[in-house]
Design a protein around this ligand. Structure first.
Ligand code: PLP
Length: 412
């Protein structure tokens, strides 16, 4: 026989969850309207003028640039012109620009393509412990599946690689060094030109993942990194997602990683996405030579955010001036990134942690671990990254809410 109580329990659970769901949806929807986006290192909105530049290729100019008829040739002319325009900004040869689907593809082509192209010379690759997973996992793949060896360089407490460590790590069989220009989590800027100069002096190919550099740091020309390969993507500076490029310094010819047609001078098979390329070129011209992330506007805002470390147990990561002006990263003792991000989200702030979310949990940031933070600290990372739409009042609101949110999480 069921008692009234035993009947109530199984029925009350669905009711309880329905109520919870309603509350989350209702309040979530209300909050969404007011969301303040502070996650510009993850991606930026598409600039309206960039979008305009893309539209013709989503309608009238639909031809395949490899077709020899007039409709294809029209698009081919735009493609050739786009390559010239990027080369003009980069101050390199047009043949040194390879259009890709974004940073991950550029990085994979740079690393796998160069390692395989040069493997008769050696199988040793050097990178740093703070790289994006697009670099680390690609090298890991070459080590596990293709018999390459790797050296992972350490970083100092500010997340920087010492050029002397690089010099000491280079062996006779080193074929490639890959070190990023600026870190996506902490904003730490590497001495990339110096690192590149070491490689050039010792005759080793140098790739830099400069994804977070473009549109944020001064850019004069692509040779400023002393790199043979430079990876870049459009959506980090108001261009479209799925757009990017790889600079390949001639005469280097990485093996292709995509096989098929002979597009991109046989370095990247597949019909070109002309709308993405048009948006990318437009964003490069407008937002790279004169960085769209203006330091004079952003630095005072991130400097104000640095005052967060006056709260007990809050530590600023990468306090050095050698960091991206738009980025402020900190750890919060007694809290974890997932709870922090969820709590800030409920309060209307879109922030980020160091690593991707998998199965509802965040692994400690490998970048912070490499900088000497313990596991607990590395699992409490929060990254704030600002953009041109950020307003002083957003920062004021964040600073005033911060102690309340932290308190809620520490004392649930
Ligand atoms: N490299 C860095 C430094 C990044 O910040 C990112 C993205 O956040 C990537 C590579 C990969 O970019 P995407 O996922 O757009 O290909």
């Amino acid at each position: 026989m069921f008692t009234s109580c035993s009947l109530f329990i199984p029925y009350s659970f669905p009711l309880f969850f329905a109520l919870l769901l309603w509350l989350v949806l209702f309040f979530g929807r209300e909050r969404q309207v007011k969301s303040i986006y502070l996650d510009y290192n993850a991606t930026t909105p598409l600039d309206p003028a960039v979008k305009e530049a893309m539209l013709p290729f989503l309608s009238d100019y639909y031809g395949n640039p490899s077709s020899i008829h007039s409709i294809g040739r029209k698009v081919r002319a735009f493609l050739d012109d786009s390559r010239e325009r990027v080369a003009d900004v980069w101050k390199c040869k047009a043949s040194e620009v390879v259009f890709t689907s974004g940073a991950t593809e550029s990085i994979n082509l740079a690393i796998c393509g160069t390692a395989r192209f040069l493997m008769a010379k050696g199988r040793h690759i050097i990178t740093s412990a703070v790289e994006h997973h697009a670099v680390l996992h690609t090298i890991e793949y070459l080590v596990n599946k293709e018999g390459f060896e790797k050296t992972i360089l350490p970083v100092d407490a500010e997340g920087r690689v010492n050029p002397l460590d690089l010099e000491n790590a280079i062996q006779n069989d080193t074929v490639l060094v890959s070190i990023m220009a600026a870190n996506n989590e902490t904003g730490a800027i590497q001495p990339v030109a110096e690192l590149g100069a070491v490689c050039r002096r010792l005759g080793v190919c140098f790739h830099t993942d400069a994804v977070q550099w473009f549109g944020k740091e001064p850019f004069d020309n692509i040779h400023q990194f002393n790199a043979d390969l430079v990876s870049i993507c459009g959506h980090k500076f108001y261009g479209p997602k799925g757009s990017g490029a790889l600079f390949v310094r001639s005469p280097l010819l990485p093996d292709p990683i995509l096989f098929g047609g002979s597009q991109e001078n046989s370095r990247r098979a597949g019909t070109e996405d002309m709308s993405a390329i048009a948006g990318f070129v437009n964003a490069v011209e407008r937002f790279v030579p004169s960085p769209v992330f203006e330091k004079s506007f952003l630095l005072p805002l991130t400097t104000r955010l640095s005052s967060l470390c006056s709260h007990s147990g809050v530590n600023l990561v990468c306090s050095s001036t050698l960091r991206l002006a738009n980025t402020c990263c900190f750890t919060v003792s007694g809290a974890d990134s997932l709870s922090l991000l969820a709590a800030f989200d409920l309060n209307g702030f879109c922030l980020s942690a160091g690593s991707a979310c998998s199965a509802g949990s965040l692994t400690p940031s490998h970048v912070l671990s490499a900088m000497g933070f313990c596991n607990e600290e590395a699992a409490s990372i929060v990254r704030i990254s600002l953009g041109r739409e950020t307003r002083e009042k957003d920062i004021d609101l964040f600073l005033s809410l911060f102690p309340l949110v932290i308190n809620q999480i520490r004392n649930p």
